[in-house]
Design a protein around this ligand. Sequence first.
Ligand SMILES: Nc1nc2c(ncn2[C@@H]2O[C@H](COP(=O)(O)OP(=O)(O)OP(=O)(O)O)[C@@H](O)[C@H]2O)c(=O)[nH]1
Ligand SMILES: [Mg+2]
Length: 193
Amino acid sequence: MNITSAKFIRGIVGEDPLLSDGIPQVAFIGRSNVGKSSIINALTKQKKLAITSSSPGRTQQINVYLINKAVYMMDMPGYGYAKAPQAVKEELRELIHWYFFASPYDRPKVVFIIDAEVGITKNDIEMFRAIADQHKHIVVVANKVDKIKPSQYTQKIEHIEHALGQYKIIPFSSKKGIGVNELTDEILTTEKD
Ligand SMILES: Nc1nc2c(ncn2[C@@H]2O[C@H](COP(=O)(O)OP(=O)(O)OP(=O)(O)O)[C@@H](O)[C@H]2O)c(=O)[nH]1
Ligand SMILES: [Mg+2]
């Protein structure tokens, strides 16, 4: 399956009519700077669709993209950015929590992103458990595999696998285009259950 069209709709910070318009949502979540926005650009093959930045905390609202006129990709703000001002951190945390746990809308499919080089952090595990508790459809992505030394590759990926249990992990690199087809299929496949 291919992504043939991708369009920015708008950034949202709370209730919005698009959340209940019946179009399925796929939410991209992970630590600040893990590469959520870059992955959306890699999947849509558009360098500048989602704004990326080398400084963490770039995405501060839920940016919504319509893919193939059929699915929304939700580019979430990152969690765990220690240097952000307390008030900003609180606001982003509340937005993430509202969207995943408190909003009345249908639960999204979740693309949970981990930095393959850094490995899984305490923050990742906490967020993952909370999401896995309430969301059935989770795809785990280990991004930035281009930064791992070949000799450490298996160990790093296995460590993430062990920390999360039975979840399938897609090794990914938005820089090198690794994993793009596999993740695209996961996102565009209609769930049967
Ligand atoms: N080497 C490498 N760098 C990457 C990869 N993906 C993203 N990056 C870099 O990581 C940094 C953060 O990327 P973003 O896509 O802005 O990350 P984000 O998760 O959206 O960040 P926030 O919106 O701040 O939470 C940028 O400097 C990217 O160029 C990758 O696969 N490999
Ligand atoms: Mg971002």
